[in-house]
Design a protein around this ligand. Structure first.
Ligand code: TEU
Ligand code: CA
Length: 530
């Protein structure tokens, strides 16, 4: 089925770090509004704003204390309405980030519900008399003792993020009302946080795999019933997009969430491919990045996901910067940033750009005191600190992706008039929007061109995927096929020259090198032919 959200390019905004309009060092909604001309010029279609609801910010908004109001630091509900209107008048759509696997412990539901077992909100959360062996994703037991009721509540993330009890129909109705509230306001859909985790293993049994992505925490028996119910209650008569972040899902299962006739959600953000450079689901236990592992995983999803739909991304607010991780941010900074962009934009699925990726922003060399994220701060507290571990922390911490957007070379990188809540990357004088807007050969202008190509060639959106040199150590070469039209994509994923025979008689749509070498692909060279 052809539809606008398959044809679109999504741009993810992490509001805290995008643009500060009032000088408190924290990005905000008016800041986003001020930068809409930039996003319009880039050519993206859908803006996904990471959570901007009221929150005590234990996990930067992924802990919501009021689902119907805006975070004080980000502005007011009127600011939001005005942003939404402006986004629409720029011809873009706007989606919000719905975090309803858990709420904040400061949400009135939890504040009231934890007081007594007979409180009507008590059953909005998940309680047990005893803990089982489940572990929280951000460290420690997944259960926290609650004195007033002499019970434990479940929190698969921090103790300040109690899991909501989707088994309770009243809670589900509250959530559908919230979804309808924003959709009625004109919002174009949602990115749904940890959507596969709403239904858990009944009875909360102990398990040998007590950490995410444990099969006990996700894809439980009522998952599809819940999503179909939400579809009926909120989505049936609307043309919006629901994009589910889906930990621990196989292509086969993804089919059930996003299959065309399933009436559940439209698209998944699954992240198997972002786990290929660490061992045993422990992200700090990093191993050498092997390009083949990355592209094999991407190719697997291309082949195995059939009637469902995937997103394509290498970066987001949970991931390090892609050019530092899968490219070379020193010797081949520009080439490898463009190569990775080509990869994501030429695969089947909706491309997602994470703020700053389009100018090749890099990881930062953090001092321990400069970390802000609860995940890395907890990890530093709880592990034995040796060199290997510290190296993992440097490479994988989420703050790498959260340093402020680098707009220009003025103080605070044009992000704020004052010291930001998190350090700015020292390289902002070299890597910033202002420089790249005027440089025709910039990473930014390469992204613009990729986005334009998607609009001009249906085969980029709808073509079937066929890998041409499967198993090649350094090259990822594939076709996209739509009727008579064929796209040919050759990507050198490494910093070495690699032998390659270019097919004759095709026109070049885009490449990150101005001149090619006969019989070779140069380091990180990407070519797309039609
Ligand atoms: O993340 C869900 C998730 O499963 C994590 O494993 C994520 O991959 C992790 O942050 C990487 O170590 C979602 C949000 O995207 C994340 O920002 C939140 O912190 C988390 O849920 C809790 O809401
Ligand atoms: Ca601000």
């Amino acid at each position: 089925m052809k539809t606008w959200w398959k044809e679109a390019v999504v741009y993810q905004i992490y509001p805290r770090s995008f643009m500060d309009s009032n000088g408190d060092g924290i990005g905000d909604l008016n800041g986003i509004k001020a930068r809409l001309p930039y996003l319009t010029f880039l050519g993206v279609d859908i803006l996904w704003i990471s959570p901007c609801f009221k929150s005590p910010n234990e996990d930067n908004g992924y802990d919501i204390s009021d689902y119907r109001d805006i975070m004080t630091e980000f502005g007011t509900l009127d600011d939001f309405k005005s942003l939404l209107e402006e986004v629409h008048s720029c011809g873009m759509k706007l989606i919000l980030d719905l975090v309803v696997n858990h709420s904040s412990d400061e949400h009135p539901w939890f504040v009231k519900g934890r007081k007594s077992k007979s409180n009507p909100y008590h059953d909005y959360y998940i309680w047990q008399d005893n803990q089982n062996n489940w572990q929280a994703h951000f460290g420690g037991s997944a259960w926290e003792y609650n004195k007033p009721t002499n019970e434990y509540y479940l929190h698969l993330f921090t103790p300040k993020q109690p899991d909501l009890n989707w088994e309770n129909p009243k809670l589900r109705q509250e959530i559908y009302d919230i979804v309808n509230y924003w959709l009625d306001m004109g919002v174009d859909g949602f990115r749904m946080d940890t959507v596969t985790m709403y239904s858990k293993a009944p009875g909360f049994p102990d398990t040998d795999t007590p950490r995410l992505p444990s099969e006990y925490f996700l894809d439980g028996p009522r998952m599809h019933e819940f999503l179909q119910e939400m579809h009926k209650s909120c989505l049936a008569h609307r043309d919006v997009v629901m994009i589910g972040e889906a930990p621990g899902i196989s292509p086969e299962k993804a089919e059930l969430y996003t299959g065309e006739n399933r009436k559940e959600i439209n698209m998944l953000i699954q992240f198997e491919h972002t786990c290929i450079d660490s061992a045993g689901y422990n992200k700090w236990n990093t191993i050498t990045y092997e390009p083949r592992k990355l592209v094999d995983n991407l190719a697997k999803w291309q082949k195995e996901l059939k009637s469902g739909w995937n997103s394509q991304f290498l970066s987001n607010h949970n991931q390090p910067r892609q050019v530092s991780r899968f490219g070379n941010d020193k010797l081949f900074w520009k080439e490898s940033a463009k190569l990775l962009a080509t990869l994501i934009h030429m695969l089947k699925g909706t491309p997602f750009i994470y703020q700053g990726e389009e100018i090749g922003m890099t990881n930062m060399d953090f001092e321990v005191d400069d970390y802000r994220d609860v995940e890395v701060l907890n990890a530093l507290k709880s592990f034995d600190i040796d060199d290997k571990f510290m190296n993992g922390i440097k490479r994988m911490n989420r703050d790498n992706g959260r340093t402020p957007m680098q707009w220009d070379d003025s103080s605070e990188a044009g992000f704020s008039m004052n010291t930001p809540w998190i350090k700015i990357n020292d390289n902002y004088k070299k890597i910033n929007v202002r420089i790249q807007l005027t440089d025709q050969d910039s990473i930014f202008n390469y992204y613009r061109k990729l986005i334009e190509l998607r609009k001009a060639h249906e085969v980029i959106v709808y073509g079937e995927f066929e890998e041409i040199m499967p198993g090649h150590e350094s090259l990822f070469v594939f076709k996209r096929i739509l009727g008579e039209k064929q796209l040919f994509v050759a990507l050198n994923m490494t910093d070495q020259e690699v032998e390659f025979k270019r097919p004759k008689g095709k026109s070049e749509l885009i490449s990150n090198y101005k001149s090619h070498k006969k019989g070779m692909l140069q380091p990180y060279e990407a070519i797309v032919l039609l």
